[in-house]
Design a protein around this ligand. Structure first.
Ligand SMILES: N[C@@H](CCC(=O)N[C@@H](CS)C(=O)NCC(=O)O)C(=O)O
Length: 233
């Protein structure tokens, strides 16, 4: 094999074209058919909103099907849902349920699940922490106004668990990642905290403030918030 050191100055070097493997015609980008997505949920942000935000961030079209709480539309549809609950995501003729599984599908498909198994697992770890915090928040939300003592104790539980014990770790883990599903889940948590009247004093948490700004100022996120149906939660 002739080495470059044996070439004379000015000698024409013939570069043999590298043989390439042609992609089969049907897998070329232009021929890829986008699935038809339908996200089905009640007419609330609720457990469907992280998925809606992920779709907005990805710039992906989907049908945002919202059912009223009353009327017979949901009772009729319920038996067709895998676990008789919403949210659900139809991908052409396949149906997924469980909010976090749906979020993960969208995240994984459109690049919001980090890169590789460790990022994915960390994202799911944070998602589980967010869900742990949401559980008492939902309890709080369903308590009648006069249950002030019970409400105060749930408030305290949420703040201790979330703000003091878990939040600092979220941010250490998310720091080096591009926007992920976990960021959107955390922003969804702020939304729920606001709905249940929990004031989160962010002044001592510059990372938390910066995180919230980073996500909520993302132009596609902001545009979705502007145009989404206005619901109480
Ligand atoms: N773990 C499920 C909970 C789903 C759930 O509780 N769905 C409620 C609405 S948020 C529902 O479908 N309620 C109506 C029913 O059960 O008939 C998830 O995360 O998707």
């Amino acid at each position: 094999m002739g080495s470059s050191s044996s070439r004379k100055t000015g000698e024409t070097v013939i570069v043999k074209p590298v043989e390439t493997t042609e992609f089969p015609q049907d897998s070329k980008q232009s021929d890829v058919k986008m699935p038809k997505y339908t996200l089905i949920n009640f007419n609330v942000r609720g457990r469907g909103e992280v998925s809606r935000i992920l779709f907005a961030l990805a710039g992906v079209e989907y049908e945002d099907k919202r059912l009223p709480f009353d009327g017979d539309e949901w009772p009729k549809l319920k038996p067709q849902m895998p676990f008789a609950q919403m949210p659900a995501l139809k991908i052409d003729d396949t149906i997924l349920c469980q909010a976090e599984a749906i979020e993960f599908f969208i995240a994984r498909t459109y690049g919001f699940a980090g890169s590789g198994p460790m990022d994915e697992s960390r994202i799911l770890m944070i998602g589980n922490c967010v869900n742990d915090t949401l559980a008492p928040l939902f309890r709080l939300h369903s308590l009648p106004e006069e249950e002030t003592e019970a409400k105060a104790s749930i408030h305290a539980e949420i703040l201790k668990k979330y703000v003091d014990e878990q939040m600092p770790t979220y941010f250490r883990m998310l720091e080096n990642m591009l926007i992920s599903m976990a960021d959107v889940q955390i922003v969804g948590l702020y939304d729920w905290l606001g709905v249940t009247g929990i004031e989160l004093d962010m002044k001592d948490y510059p990372k938390l403030r910066a995180h919230k700004e980073r996500i909520t100022k993302e132009p596609r996120y902001a545009a979705w918030v502007e145009k989404r149906p206005k619901t109480r939660f």
